[in-house]
Design a protein. Sequence first.
Length: 350
Amino acid sequence: MTPRENYLRMARFERPDYIPMSYCINPACWGAYPQEQLLDLMEAHPFLFPDFKRPSLPFQPEIHPVSKKEQPFRDDWGCIWETTCDGITGTVTKHPLENWDAFDSYLPPDPEKVMGIGPIDWQKETEEITAAKERGDLIFRGLRHGHTFLQLCDIRGYENLLFDMEDEEPRLSELIHMVEQFNMGLTQRYCRLGVDVMGYAEDLGMQRGPMLSPQQFEKYILPSYKRLIRPAKEAGAMIHMHSDGDLHQLIDGILSVGVDIINLQDLVNGIDWIRENLAGKYCIELDIDRQSVTVNGTPKDIDQLIRSEVQALGSRQGGLCMIYGLYPGTPIENAAAVMDAMEKYAFYFA
C-alpha cells in the first residue's frame, strides 16, 4: 500500500496499514539546536523523514518573508508583517484598512499571480502536481493559513473587525465578498488540477474559547466557508480543516460545511472531549501538544501521552493521523522522544 493509498484509506475509515504521522521542524530550530543533532535525529527516523538527504553544513532553511527578523514584509493585501525571530511567523503591525476611509480605493490581489502572502506560479504548480500524480503521491493543496477570518483581522485589525460585526458595518460585507472572491479563484484553480485533499486552515480558537462568538462566526464567516468548499467537494476532493485553539463552541458550525478531516489541538480541546464528539465520526488529525508535556515533561511522559491519544482516538478502521511541530524551547531529548513515540505508535493497530 502506497503512502497515498494509506492516507486516503485512513481518512475514509477503510483500514489503513498504519497511522500517518507528520513531524514538522520549524525553521527557527536550525538556529536554536546543534544542526548535527537535528540531522542525526532525522536520519534515525526514516518513517517520519522518508525522503531525508543530509545537507551540507551550515544548513540554511528557506524562510518565508513573513518570518524574517527585522525585515518588515508587505503582503499582497497591503498588510505589514514583523517578527522578532527568524523562522517564527510574525504578526501584522499595520492594517491597510484600519480606517474605512481607504476602502473606496482598496483593491484585492490577483489570484492568477499571488496567493495572499506571496507569488504563485500556476504553470509550476501544474507541472509539480502532474509529476506528483505520475509518482502516485498524495496531492494536498489549500488556501493560505488564515484565508478568511484572520485575513479580515489582518486587513482591519482584530478589535476593529469585532466591532464591525457587532455594529453590522455595511462595508464589512463588501470586504468579505472581496476576500471570498480571491479565495475562490485559488480554490477553483486547484480543483481544476485535481487535488486529492483541499485544505482550509485558519485559527479560530484561543487558549480558552473562540476568537469570535458563535453568532458572529455563523453570520459572517461560515457562509464563505460553505461557498469556498462547495467546488472542492464537487470536484471529489477531501476537505481538510485546521484551527488552533479551543473549538468547543464552534465545532458544530465548522463541521457543517462538509469537513472530512479536522485538524485540532489535543490538550487545548481535551482528549475526552475529542473522543466523545469526533472520534469515529470524522477523521481526526491530532495536533500533538507543544505547550506542556512535550516541553516540560520527560520522554516517558511523552510516550505515555501519544500512546494514550492513539488508544483513545484511533481504531483498526482508521480515522486518525497525527502531526507535531517542533519549536525552539523544547529539550532536544524530548524532540527525540516525540519522534520515537510517533514511529512506534503509528503501527499500534497493525
